[in-house]
Design a protein around this ligand. Structure first.
Ligand code: GDP
Length: 197
């Protein structure tokens, strides 16, 4: 897929305020600092497209972008802030869940996982919830430049074993490095395939 245009549309916290659900939508989510903004910028080849989401006040909002006038890209708030007090944490969880359950044109969620880390409960639980809610999702293992090929394969295998405790198989998954611009073609080809279905 060629990215011919990528524009920021809006940020909000309520599903009914999102753009009209008239195009397929792909959302990106992960723990804070997983590399989501960098990945979105790499995919769209726009240096700071996803910057809006890291400006103060916007990190906890649903950010919509329109790509090629063909599909919406959504930058969802990061979850798993270790130090966030209970009240805002619950509010954030509600924003994310209401969006995911209520957004009728949501086609696929990409769950970003830092490829260096062992499986984290918060990510596993989130994906389990997606499964129970019958939301299609895929995994992107990020920051692969930070470890050797061997270590990456080992970590992915550990992830697979962890997921097999709950799932029949791993969902589709990708690896990416925004620094080395790796994984872009595979992810965009996958989007293309889904869009053409
Ligand atoms: P977000 O909070 O999930 O949006 O994460 P960011 O995209 O802001 O990235 C968090 C930090 O990780 C920043 O310091 C990035 O420079 C760094 N980072 C993001 N992606 C990569 C990557 O693929 N490789 C490396 N080495 N660093 C990355």
């Amino acid at each position: 897929m060629n990215i011919k245009s990528a524009e920021f549309l809006m940020s909000n916290s309520k599903v009914h305020l999102c753009p009209e659900p008239n195009l397929p939508e792909f959302a990106f989510i992960g723990r804070s600092n997983v590399g989501k903004s960098s990945l979105i910028n790499m995919l769209t080849e726009r240096k700071s497209l996803a910057k809006t989401s890291s400006t103060p006040g916007k990190t906890q909002l649903i950010n919509h972008f329109i790509i090629n006038d063909e599909w919406y890209l959504v930058d969802l708030p990061g979850y798993g802030y270790a130090k966030m007090p209970e009240k805002p944490r619950k509010k954030l969880k509600a924003i994310i869940e209401n969006y995911i359950l209520g957004r009728e044109n949501l086609t696929n969620i990409f769950v970003l996982i830092d490829s260096r880390h062992s499986p984290q409960q918060i990510d596993l639980e989130f994906m389990e919830w997606l499964g129970e809610s019958q939301i299609p999702f895929s995994i992107i293992f990020t920051k692969t430049d930070k470890l050797s090929k061997g270590a990456l394969l080992k970590n992915i295998e550990t992830y697979r074993q962890e997921m097999l405790k709950v799932w029949e198989d791993m969902p589709p998954y990708f690896t990416s490095s925004s620094t080395k611009r790796e994984g872009r073609d595979e992810i965009l080809d996958y989007l293309d395939t889904i869009l053409k279905q």
